[in-house]
Design a protein around this ligand. Structure first.
Ligand code: GTP
Ligand code: MG
Length: 430
């Protein structure tokens, strides 16, 4: 699926405002990120303009003089779209649009637009539309941003296309409608989730900054079809696949939407529900693009969001990815378990699976089970539902002796305990 082929290659000018409360390094980083986001949306950045100011101008965000300078540059460079590296107030957006007579969007709208293109599930689509309408509602008034201007190109996709003449009342009723549908989708997902929980499958969640390589890893580890591209936000909806670890144990691996700094608040709320999956995980794989110069910032952003989700107590393995792109030696500052891999390297993927299993083992309890030769089904289940480390056939007693590790939370562990009472199993809490 390629939704980008039909995007116009608009010439974009990026505008950033540097105020004293943000340091130089962070500011440059945000501008770089805005550039990456713009490319993701299909735009071509022809120029960047920045202004130093005590605080944003309440009417035009940048100073009046700068607006005039902008006007000249737009003409000279034949700019088709201006993107501001911040969220503009409705009146700032209106004033700037009137004065510059060109399409203007802000960082929030750019991200919303990318999300709209990427959303694939019904829930993802509904959530993005809700966030878009929420953004649009206070910006409808006046000539500045008539819905009819949302014709094509960046910042214009989604609900605007089909609702050219909608008024606020129409939008509000659509929002109520979406909320109702979302409730249904969410309750459906919760039923599905509780069913999965009942099955007691071990769940691993891939989390990380956008473009870190989560979907690639899910794909490579499960050899299944997942949508991915070298662009930001390739995934908006969690996708779960079953994967087999070296011991033969089967676990569920879930992909999640990539994190980003300064995610618009409206979107944090909207996407929280998809990230809620992370809370259900028994293990988190935090994927980091080790080749990105800003990877430590990315790590921090992810940790902060995990904290917000109350997920910081789940065991984490930090997976430094894209080893193949590193030119220097790599040093990680991570204090917990970590591994350096390339998702494109098969032996690295094996290494990762082993590492995952070793971390699981640390949190599991060892067991020894004696199984009658005719109990093939039970044997098979131990293979798939635990980390089996040894299997011998005891000729004398005509039974199998199986050793391994199982999590105390699993159904199979409970069953073992029942059998332990009958003298067939020895489990041993560490
Ligand atoms: N060179 C190299 N590229 C990689 C590696 N892993 C992933 N990539 C590339 O990085 C890009 C982003 O990968 P994705 O798997 O889509 O990243 P993601 O973390 O799912 O991104 P979001 O869904 O936006 O959060 C793709 O072009 C991948 O081919 C790697 O180990 N080495
Ligand atoms: Mg992805």
């Amino acid at each position: 699926m390629n939704e980008h082929s039909n995007i116009q290659e608009e010439k974009v000018l990026l505008v950033g405002l540097k105020t004293p409360h943000i340091n130089e390094e962070d500011f440059l980083y945000r501008m770089e990120e805005l550039e990456a986001l713009t490319k993701t949306a299909g735009g071509v950045v022809v120029m960047e303009m920045t202004q130093n100011r005590q605080k944003p101008d309440s009417a035009t965000y940048i100073g009046r003089g700068k607006v005039e300078e902008l006007e000249a540059v737009i003409e000279e460079k034949e700019v088709e779209l201006v993107i501001f590296n911040d969220e503009l107030s409705p009146s700032q957006l209106r004033n700037l649009s009137n004065q510059l007579d060109i399409k203007i969007i802000d960082r929030t709208q750019l991200i919303l637009d990318i999300f709209a293109r990427r959303a694939q599930s019904r829930e993802g689509k509904l959530q993005v539309e809700l966030a878009q309408l929420n953004y649009l509602l206070p910006r409808l008034r006046g000539q500045g941003l008539a819905l009819s201007r949302l014709g094509g190109g960046i910042g214009t996709r989604g609900p605007g296309e089909t609702q050219l003449e909608v008024d606020q009342r129409h939008i509000r009723s659509r929002m109520a409608d979406i909320r109702e549908q979302l409730e249904q989708v969410v309750s459906h997902r919760e039923r599905y989730r509780s069913r999965r929980k009942k099955n007691q499958a071990f769940q691993i969640a891939l989390v990380g900054y956008t473009n870190a390589g989560k979907s690639t890893l899910l794909h490579k580890l499960s050899e299944a079809e997942v949508y991915m591209e070298d662009q930001l936000f390739a995934t908006l909806d969690p996708t779960t696949k079953k994967i087999k670890l070296p011991s033969g144990m089967e676990v569920l691996l879930t992909d999640t939407v990539g994190f980003i700094q300064q995610l618009p608040t409206a979107l944090i709320a909207a996407f929280r529900s998809t990230l809620e999956e992370v809370k259900e995980a028994n293990l988190i794989l935090h994927v980091v693009d080790a080749s990105n110069p800003d990877y430590t910032n990315h790590e921090k952003t992810v940790y902060k969001l995990l904290e917000d989700l109350d997920a910081e107590n789940i065991p984490i393995l930090t997976v430094y990815n894209k080893r193949d792109l590193l030119t220097d030696d790599f040093f990680s500052y991570s204090t917990g378990a970590s591994t350096l891999i390339s998702a494109h390297d098969t032996s690295d993927l094996d290494k990762l699976k082993k590492k995952v299993e070793s971390i699981m083992e640390e949190n599991f309890s060892p067991y020894v089970v004696h199984i009658e030769a005719e109990e093939g089904k039970w044997l098979h289940r131990l293979q798939k539902e635990t980390i089996q480390t040894e299997q011998q056939f005891d000729e004398e007693n005509e039974c199998y002796i199986v050793r391994g590790y199982a999590t105390a939370e699993s159904a199979i562990y409970h069953e073992m305990q029942t059998r332990e009472n009958r003298g067939e199993v020895e489990t041993d809490e560490r």
